[in-house]
Design a protein around this ligand. Structure first.
Ligand SMILES: [Zn+2]
Length: 345
């Protein structure tokens, strides 16, 4: 190698070392220069032996060794600047090591329960709709037989939007997924089997069992000659599939303006098989959802012929189901953003 070539080589690699930003690149540069067989500086050193004149060989030897020192020093300094340790190239470029997997997300427990319920209902030929989160008061309340004097309309429970729409209607953040009942009934004619999973909002003080934003699934059936027996059967089938055990369902009287009669549905406790435990508060039964036979006023709002159809509706809190299914004690965990919660699923 001629002295000018050597100079250029040093200059080129000094620049390259300065531009390197990772330990791997520095390692590659080091291999290019100092590899025992193919290294550029190694071959320059080897080339010295071919110089016949002893004095010239000595003189060249000093220059090449000087270049070697300069580049080694440059590598060392750059490593210190980047804060990377000198690792043997064999270790850095080991192609047999397993690849580093990118971090994967987790499915939220509410979504897991929702997906499972959607699968179960679809297998029973229910259709799935999502619907509006921003709703006018009539679909959220009036059409469901909830008059303006009803306590659910209270400012303390409902988020109202200001100002009113141009047509005079007030808009609200839907307080339940039932808002889709009349919307869908107006759009489609019976027979109807529908579920509506989605997010709902209440202007509530937050504690271990109350959130301002939570998830529900509305379900309803409209057909001829639908009975409470049909309702009980559907609930028993769905809950048994979801909780993976043969549960019993019992109905207690409950009041919801859009059903008559209305029920609170309980299912037998899967933790203690009805003997009594802390989950079921020693009763053997766990409160599951509200349901009932759809009120004629709702069909009237939908524009259906009076007395022609019967049907049932139910609304289940997905947060509550997820808490039961996964034994989560505090509803606030769902929206806390704490990844330690999510990573368990
Ligand atoms: Zn129990």
């Amino acid at each position: 190698m001629k002295p000018t070539e050597l100079e250029q080589l040093v200059e080129h690699y000094q620049g390259a070392i300065q531009l390197a930003t990772t330990a791997v690149v520095l390692e590659q540069l080091e291999v290019e220069l100092f590899h025992k067989k193919t290294g550029k500086l190694t071959s320059a050193l080897r080339g010295l032996a071919k110089i016949p004149d002893v004095a010239e060989r000595k003189q060249q030897g000093v220059i090449v060794n000087e270049a070697k020192k300069t580049l080694q020093q440059a590598l060392q300094e750059r490593r210190e600047q980047l804060g990377v340790n000198h690792v043997k190239s064999a270790l850095v470029l080991d192609p047999t090591l397993p690849a580093i997997a990118p971090p994967l997300g987790h499915i939220h427990p509410i979504r897991l329960v929702q997906n499972e319920l959607v699968d179960i209902f679809r297998s029973m030929s229910f259709s799935v709709y999502e619907g509006n989160e921003l709703e006018t008061e009539d679909y959220c309340f009036e059409f469901l037989n909830i008059p303006p004097t009803h306590p659910a309309r209270d400012l303390q429970d409902t988020f109202y939007l200001e100002p009113r729409r141009a047509d005079g209607l007030k808009e609200v953040l839907r307080t339940h997924t039932s808002n889709m009942q009349v919307r869908l009934m107006r759009q489609f004619q019976p027979p109807l089997r529908v579920i509506v999973p989605g997010r709902v909002f209440r202007n509530e003080a937050i504690d271990a069992s109350h959130e301002h934003t939570f998830y529900q699934m509305e379900g309803f059936v409209v057909d001829k000659n639908v009975s409470i027996g049909n309702l009980t059967y559907v609930l028993k089938l769905v809950m048994s599939k979801l909780l993976k055990s043969d549960v019993k369902v019992r109905l207690r009287p409950g009041y919801f303006p859009y059903v008559e009669p209305g029920f609170e549905a309980d299912c037998s406790c899967t933790q203690c098989a009805g003997k009594g435990c802390s989950v079921c508060k020693q009763t053997g039964w766990v409160e599951m959802l509200g349901c009932g036979m759809t009120h004629p006023k709702v069909y009237e709002a939908a524009g259906y012929e009076a007395g022609k159809y019967t049907g049932f509706a139910f609304g289940v809190g997905l947060n509550r189901l997820a808490m039961l299914k996964y034994n989560i004690r505090d509803i606030r965990h769902f929206m806390s953003g704490d990844l330690r919660v999510i990573r368990q699923f």
